[in-house]
Write a protein that binds this ligand. Structure first.
Ligand SMILES: Cc1cc2nc3c(=O)[nH]c(=O)nc-3n(C[C@H](O)[C@H](O)[C@H](O)COP(=O)(O)OP(=O)(O)OC[C@H]3O[C@@H](n4cnc5c(N)ncnc54)[C@H](O)[C@@H]3O)c2cc1C
Length: 382
């Protein structure tokens, strides 16, 4: 944190929560993040530990074991997670934050009661499966089908790039159902261990500690009660959660940018070249100032938009601007941090080296930069 949180938005309770998240991250994640990333996975008991610390429940209904709260708690959670220095660990650990909200919002009570408490207790893992090999940006063009056959749907198709796809017990899957006016997007909760499902892991540039999978559905039977909302409501439900998801992504990006600033600053204070500390060089000081400026601007946008969401506004364009701005801030800070650390910034095991490799996914997932710009132009009316 470069500057104290703005007291207009953050209460003592928020700050107590911030301290508890940070304690958890520094005790349970940060010391192991590098080893887990190199190993390509993190231990499954981390879900239970995160649930015991009250982190998995944030933002979910109390009725199912969640903790209802304002957007600032979510901002704090996503920002503070960054101190672990591994997007891979936390994107896997918190995949339910994209995999379970639609169920909580519009699922049948019987399904919610059976599934949500286990996910929020860290006993089961949830993932969201929208993207397909033929494309992720154009959600309306997905090809996976759900055909109604009496008391169940028959699912056929495939999904790709799915975070926690290998480990997940439950998948919220975007499918095409047959509507009166032709195929329409629907959401359905699928038990990931059902017959007819096969999964294979994918290797990637960063986020090594999280699993990312391709998932195939062949005549997979799913009970009709697992439909989330009504047939044809899938697109609306996905859009409904996008503002929250993008605010969370922005808070995470801002958090990673702060970690980059922190590590660059510490290095610059200690490293001596040509008889002086790097931090005494104007070029390096200006680099740090540019990082700090972008972080403060991102933080101001986050606070403003979190309060507007809590007030019931739907600032789609501004949230999309924030999503792009925050990921660009992260990209700038990761690049500046690696440059400041010099050769050490390029070494495996250095935190900013890992973060540098993790920037791109933030600019692609949750709505890519280009898609955000199209949305902004449309919302602003040009
Ligand atoms: C590590 C990782 C984890 C992921 N986790 C998940 C997950 O858990 N669940 C899930 O469903 N998906 C997940 N995704 C997928 C992610 O959401 C998609 O990659 C993203 O939506 C983009 O889709 P795509 O890769 O198919 O690219 P495409 O949609 O094919 O787009 C390719 C490029 O073209 C650009 N583009 C597309 N259309 C236009 C246009 N009209 N005008 C201009 N430019 C355009 C895009 O911005 C992008 O740069 C993950 C991806 C990664 C890399």
């Amino acid at each position: 944190m470069l500057q104290k949180p703005n007291p207009r938005y953050y209460t003592d309770d928020h700050e107590e929560f911030r301290r508890s998240v940070r304690r958890f991250i520094f005790k349970e994640v940060e010391p192991y993040a590098n080893d887990w990333d190199e190993a390509g996975e993190f231990p499954k008991d981390l879900y239970k530990k995160a649930a015991d610390a009250g982190l998995l429940q944030v933002g979910f209904p109390e009725q199912y074991g969640g903790i209802e709260c304002d957007s600032f708690y979510k901002v704090i959670l996503f920002e503070e997670r960054a101190w672990g220095g591994s997007g891979g660990v936390v994107s896997g650990l918190f995949s339910h934050t994209i995999g379970a909200p639609h169920l909580a919002m519009a699922g049948q009570d019987s399904v919610k009661s059976a599934v949500l408490p286990k996910i929020l207790a860290g006993e089961k893992i949830a993932a969201l499966a929208v993207t397909e090999p033929s494309g992720g940006s154009d959600v309306a063009s997905i090809k996976t089908t759900a055909k109604l056959k009496g008391d169940h749907y028959l699912i056929n198709g495939s999904k790709t790039f799915i975070t926690s796809g290998m480990r997940a017990d439950y998948l919220t899957v975007a499918v095409k159902t047959e509507g009166e006016n032709g195929p329409e997007v629907s959401l359905i909760l699928i038990d990931a261990n059902s017959p007819g499902i096969t999964r294979s892991p994918l290797k990637k540039m960063g986020w090594w500690a999280s699993d990312t999978a391709e998932i195939f559905f062949t005549d997979c039977r799913v009970p009709v009660e697992n439909l989330i909302g009504k047939e044809g409501e899938g697109f609306r439900l996905l859009m409904k959660n996008f503002n929250n998801e993008r605010l969370a992504l922005a808070a995470a990006s801002c958090g990673y940018a702060q970690v980059c600033f922190h590590d660059a600053y510490q290095w610059a204070k200690n490293r001596v070249t040509f008889g002086k500390h790097l931090s005494e060089r104007q070029v390096i000081r200006h680099k740090l100032v540019d990082m700090a400026t972008k972080i403060e601007a991102t933080r101001a946008m986050i606070d403003d938009l979190a309060s507007r969401l809590d007030a019931g506004e739907l600032p789609f364009a501004q949230i999309a601007m924030l999503k792009n701005f925050s990921t660009q801030t992260f990209q700038f800070c990761a690049d500046a941090a690696v440059q400041t650390l010099g050769g050490m910034g390029f070494m495996r095991g250095t935190r900013v080296e890992r973060l540098y490799r993790e920037v791109k996914v933030m600019m692609i997932g949750g709505g890519s930069e280009e898609i955000m710009k199209d949305l902004i132009a449309k919302r602003l009316g040009f």
